[in-house]
Ligand binder design. Structure first.
Ligand code: ADP
Ligand code: ZN
Ligand code: ZN
Length: 825
């Protein structure tokens, strides 16, 4: 009896076009199925785990290889996801393999070059190991890490991926890159007052006793009372370091109080991954009248529209509204996706969500280890009774195998961390969420105090619903925004370093009242460049056309594009003069100089340099929350979604460098950044203050922030966008070309531009040099294509894709790297 031969189409996690056909050996015929992973050889040596996208009997034209093995019992992706991937690939003009790479957790993306190491928690129990597992573990105990091809060699055969997969699942080994991302718990000592002294009478006695004999201890005790808010908040714990700092930075008195049994010390893990315990009920949230109206407006907008914008000022209580909407959808038995910008994904908001939805909440985050990511994936895929129903995550959470979404919330929808920059697919998660929701027939809420221009346009023109929430929760006022005129203060010589006397006065006032302060400076490093006063020579990076930034901490000049570092030159590299001065200032200088001006304050910095360690970001937030820090200086990291009770003052140190970017979004971005960071001020107790330092106090963007006038900003911008053919009126595609040789790049870029002009017949700007025209020795040209949003849009995109593909494949320009960015941010 003749049997038909089976073939499968395999999608590989590689930036190449299309799928590849392989033959199915007899013994795997009953196992192959759509959505499972199969191990295949690609090229001469490489082995990959790819996805089966089709099982068929069409005999290919040429001979094909057999698949080596099948890794899964069940499909790991579903049909809706494949549709979603296809859409991303088409819309963002990227290959399906690139989408697969972005979508799958790394545990699912095994390849012969993947490296594994022993899991740090692995405990040796040789009895339960199979012979192969034993060999692998032995080898890993000797060496540091092994690639899968190394392991193949050790075991003497190729079919090792199922063994590795099962060892990963059992937490015995881990993919090396994921190891680096594991989060270790942070421990800290907390001080509370002993039970014996909780009564006021007893406390008074103690005061009197200490006053006579131990004045230092009395001081510490008083600080404790004040910081813990003992008489008011009943918050009874204070971090030991904070207490030490509050007095005179000596720990002796604290130690004495502990040994006398007056203070009790507890070591606690400052947990980030809180347990999933439901503590509260949605029904217990009392929405304000304004919130209630907004909620009802959203619900009625959803009757006609699939997407609704919730435009609510900072602190208006958008989250509480989301919680209600989530609750309703969960009750219908559907899944909910709650998206947050990467940086705001702090324990703060997650704890808040978990306290209402408990064990139904799954967090999907690139910072969590491989295990959790793969587990969350599986859990969502199963979508059983006990599976997570509410997923909280950044843009990558869109790719989870949802089967039954009812609602997607995109919080802070204007945030540009929703846009993936590199590598392709350069998708915008906010926009992709809207497409994903349509596949599930789900609703989408976009929330922001400062919506993106395109989003606001869409809601004003009835594409989306629009619900406005103009007051803060609890009758709080929006902060008062004031301007410090740096030009005038410079003239009057009232600046201390980069701080105006106006801002300094307010900082001191806040410190005196035990209030906290956030200072925002959008550049990191110490100075922005060195410059020779005689000949204007500026030390640039040797690999990038950009000035190097001085970092005082390491006393080096560093390139922020390639991390190249050099020693600080003693004299000018051009004329030899010693008059080489620092120009401009970054967060490091702010921290440094402020520490000199305010020696008694606890000042910390939050930027890329201080948060490279994965725990550091959350640690800083926790320390700020617990008032171990008085002043937090930071880059845009401090602007996003943080909710602290005790911040009364926000300072924007240099508004001018936000206003001077040559980009059609710069005005919008400057407004959003200033309004968002302002929103961190005065969120619980009293009206906050914001002080903007600027040379241009009458600049319209600053006026708009002062008046909280989003509408004015929007209207001026939409006019410009219309006049100059930018989104939402035109679709913009940016093409970037890179080459080691500037001349070759010049010709290649012009040729591609001419070709596109002829074949697409639309406006193309460029090729031009971008702001940084060379990075890591690659010269860069960029061009902007503006496509009218008419019936020819899709056809034109297809032509562009095809032309670029042909161009790339022509041998002449093979060494030119081309990247396409649809809707660049
Ligand atoms: P937004 O996200 O709009 O900036 P939040 O949702 O963070 O504002 O709310 C601001 C603060 O007000 C939070 O601390 C929140 O707990 C509180 N809040 C908002 N609405 C309520 C409510 N209905 N009941 C109690 N607290 C609320
Ligand atoms: Zn010089
Ligand atoms: Zn560089």
């Amino acid at each position: 009896m003749s049997q038909k031969t089976l073939f499968v189409n395999i999608l590989l996690p590689l930036p190449i076009k299309g799928v590849f056909t392989y033959r199915v050996p007899r013994d795997l015929e009953n196992i192959v199925a759509y959505g499972k992973r199969a191990v295949v050889q690609f090229g001469a040596k490489k082995i990959y785990a790819g996805l089966i996208t089709e099982v068929h009997e069409d005999v290919p034209q040429h001979e094909v290889k057999y698949i080596i093995e099948v890794l899964d019992d069940k499909a790991v992706v579903n049909d809706i996801q494949m549709k979603f991937w296809n859409w991303i690939s088409e819309y963002y003009m990227s290959e399906l393999g690139e989408v697969m790479n972005a979508a799958l957790p790394s545990a699912y993306k095994l390849a012969s070059e993947s490296r594994v190491v022993l899991h740090p928690d692995y405990i040796c129990d040789k009895d339960i190991l199979t012979d192969y597992e034993f060999l692998i573990i032995e080898a890993l105990m000797v060496g540091d890490s092994l690639s899968l091809s190394d392991i193949s060699n050790i075991l003497g055969f190729q079919k090792i991926m199922p063994i590795i997969t099962s060892m990963i699942e059992k937490n015995w080994v881990i993919i090396e890159e994921d190891l680096k991302e594991r989060i270790t718990p942070k421990k800290a000592n907390y001080i509370s007052l002993s039970e014996d002294y909780q009564e006021e009478e007893k406390l008074k006695e103690l005061f009197e006793k200490l006053q006579k004999r131990a004045y230092k201890q009395l001081e510490v005790l008083m600080s404790f009372i004040s910081i813990s808010g003992f008489y008011t908040d009943k918050k009874t714990e204070v971090a030991r370091t904070r207490l030490t700092k509050a007095v005179d930075s000596s720990d002796g008195a604290v130690r004495s109080l502990i040994s006398k049994g007056i203070f009790v010390q507890n070591e606690r893990v400052e947990s980030r991954l809180q347990s999933n315990i439901k503590e509260k009920n949605i029904e217990d949230i009392n929405l304000s009248e304004a919130q209630d109206t907004a909620l009802n407006n959203i619900i009625s907008a959803f009757k006609e529209k699939n997407v609704t914008l919730l435009h609510g000022v900072t602190g208006s209580g958008k989250t509480e509204i989301y919680l209600h909407l989530i609750n309703d959808v969960l009750k219908e038995g559907k899944q909910v996706l709650f998206m947050l910008p990467e940086i705001a994904l702090t324990s703060q908001i997650i704890d808040r969500i978990k306290s209402y939805f408990g064990e139904h909440v799954g967090v999907y985050h690139s910072k969590y280890n491989i295990q959790e990511r793969a587990e969350t994936w599986k859990d969502v895929l199963n979508n059983g009774e006990n599976s997570y129903k509410l997923i909280v995550g950044p843009r990558s959470a869109l790719f989870l195998p949802f089967s039954n979404l009812g609602l997607i919330i995109v919080d802070e929808e204007h945030d540009n961390s929703y846009k993936q920059q590199d590598p392709a697919p350069r998708y915008n998660a906010r926009d992709a969420a809207i497409f994903l929701a349509s596949l599930h027939k789900a609703k989408v809420i976009l929330g922001s105090a400062t919506p993106g221009i395109e989003t606001y346009y869409n809601s004003r023109h009835n594409k989306y619903g629009l619900v406005e929430l103009n007051e803060r929760y609890g009758g709080l006022q929006l902060p008062e925004v004031l301007v410090a005129d740096v030009k005038r203060e410079t003239r009057r010589k009232t600046m201390s370093s980069h701080f105006s006397s106006f801002l300094m006065g307010h900082i001191k006032e806040a410190l005196k009242n035990h209030e906290q302060i956030i200072l925002f400076q959008n550049r990191r490093g110490f100075s922005l460049r060195l410059e020779c006063d005689i000949c204007n020579w500026i030390p640039n990076c040797i690999r990038c056309d950009v000035s190097m930034i001085y970092h005082k901490h390491s006393n080096q000049l560093k390139c922020h594009y390639c991390n190249y570092t050099v020693h600080v030159p003693g004299k000018c590299g051009n004329c030899g003069s010693h008059e080489v001065k620092m120009k401009g200032f970054g967060t490091e200088k702010v921290e440094d100089e402020l520490a000199m001006l305010l020696p008694e304050a606890s000042i910390k910095r939050m930027d890329l340099d201080t948060t490279r360690n994965k725990n550091a970001f959350n640690n800083l937030l926790m320390d700020f929350q617990n008032h171990k820090i008085d002043i937090l200086v930071g880059t845009q990291m401090v602007t996003k979604g943080l909710d602290f009770n005790n911040v009364s003052l926000v300072g924007i140190l240099n508004a001018d460098n936000m206003l001077s970017f040559p980009d059609f979004r710069s005005y919008e971005r400057a407004y959003q950044t200033m309004a968002q960071v302002s929103g961190r001020a005065g969120r619980k107790k009293k009206r906050g203050k914001v002080i903007i330092q600027t040379f241009q106090p009458y600049h319209q963007a600053i006026r708009d922030v002062m008046e909280n006038n989003y509408m004015n900003m929007y209207q001026s911008q939409i006019l410009e966008r219309r006049n100059f053919h930018y989104p939402p009126f035109f679709r913009v595609i940016e093409i970037k070309m890179r080459h080691k040789n500037s001349e070759s790049l010049f010709y290649a870029a012009n040729e591609l531009a001419d070709m596109l002009r002829q074949s697409v017949k639309v406006q193309i700007l460029g090729p031009v040099n971008p702001m940084v025209p060379r990075i890591r020795n690659f010269y860069i040209k960029s061009m902007i294509i503006k496509l009218p949003r008419d019936s020819k849009l899709l056809a034109r995109k297809e032509i562009i894709r095809q032309r670029i593909y042909d161009f790339k494949s022509s041998s002449k320009y093979k060494s030119c790297i081309i990247s396409i960015d649809v809707d660049p941010q």
